[in-house]
Design a protein around this ligand. Structure first.
Ligand SMILES: NC(=O)c1ccc[n+]([C@@H]2O[C@H](COP(=O)([O-])OP(=O)(O)OC[C@H]3O[C@@H](n4cnc5c(N)ncnc54)[C@H](OP(=O)(O)O)[C@@H]3O)[C@@H](O)[C@H]2O)c1
Length: 277
């Protein structure tokens, strides 16, 4: 496979533009598909304390022939662990489960604005970075006011904001705000989590025109927008196909068609899935 493009983060490090997400895969079941992903060439791995599979992720990394330094391991601070000291303790638990001394990218999973603690959590993330336990720090599911509050109160802009993003929920305004602030956009549910996006007639027609699968077309759309993708699959053929995104490009008309599919989340609105208020 050709090399994966990398994007530069605001802390001077880089992030591969294609990663592998492990949401909803049990710790026992995660090792086999992760081995397949690593063999395919994925190095950015996206897990979270809430996924309950950090041990499995750690096992697959430890057992692989790929040097630790090549991996970009992401995990996330869960909603119950907000607060400065709580964040430090939650990080220790995650690092322990992963079996790693350092984590490459640590994200606040949700801001939980009603709790009023995400700035304290962020100060702890900054400390973890200063101590060298985390390479890069970022957030997930943050809106612009929350991003700006972090920057105003701590002077540290998140390197990444990981949000739901796909052609049916293209987040134009948020992406523009990220670009203005030097925040890299990571897309969760990049292929729409099996909710009909890949069967959409416009996606299918473009896939036929470029002789690729609908998932490859959607993932290519993200890459051309400068977004990092972390598709999840437990099937070897899809794991390979989702990584094989070079050798074709989408023209401006195809990009525009995909970007205008609508404003329809493929997931329950945050707050209905679990308490993120
Ligand atoms: N920060 C957050 O709040 C948040 C929230 C949700 C997700 N995430 C992260 O984002 C990652 C990806 O999101 P996601 O898992 O929600 O959705 P997704 O990657 O958009 O979609 C995954 C679904 O698509 C199927 N699929 C994968 N490749 C395919 C292909 N080539 N053709 C057809 N179907 C395909 C998978 O089934 P098979 O497994 O059967 O192939 C699975 O049902 C997660 O694993 C997680 O790491 C983060």
């Amino acid at each position: 496979m050709p090399p994966v493009p990398h994007l530069e983060l605001n802390d001077g490090t880089t992030l591969p533009q294609i990663g592998y997400g492990v949401f909803m895969i049990s710790p026992e079941d995660v090792v086999a598909p992760l081995n397949s992903a690593i063999e395919t060439g994925y190095r950015l791995i996206d897990t979270a304390a809430a996924y309950g599979n950090e041990e499995g992720v750690g096992k697959a990394i430890a057992n692989s022939d790929v040097p630790r330094s090549e991996f970009v391991v992401t995990t996330k601070l869960w909603n119950d662990d907000h607060g400065h000291d709580e964040t430090l303790r939650a990080f220790d638990r995650s690092a322990d489960k992963l079996g790693l001394d350092t984590v490459d990218l640590y994200l606040i999973h949700f801001p939980r604005p009603a709790l009023g603690k995400y700035v304290d959590s962020w100060r702890a993330m900054v400390r973890l970075r200063e101590e060298g336990r985390v390479r890069s720090i970022g957030v997930s599911n943050f809106g612009v006011p929350e991003l700006d509050r972090l920057a105003e109160e701590t002077g540290v802009v998140p390197a990444v904001n990981q949000v739901e993003l796909h052609p049916m929920f293209p987040q134009d305004e948020l992406r523009a705000a990220h670009a203005e602030r030097g925040v890299i956009t990571q897309a969760w549910s990049p292929i729409g989590r099996n909710q009909g996006l890949l069967q959409h007639p416009d996606v299918v027609a473009i896939a036929r025109a470029v002789d690729r699968t609908p998932a490859q077309v959607v993932l290519r759309w993200h890459l051309q927008l400068g977004v990092v993708v972390i598709p999840k699959s437990e099937r070897d053929d899809r794991i390979r196909a989702n990584f094989d995104l070079t050798g074709f490009t989408l023209d401006a008309a195809q990009m525009a068609t995909l970007g205008a599919l609508g404003e329809q989340r493929c997931n329950p609105v945050p707050g209905t899935l679990f308490d993120v208020s």
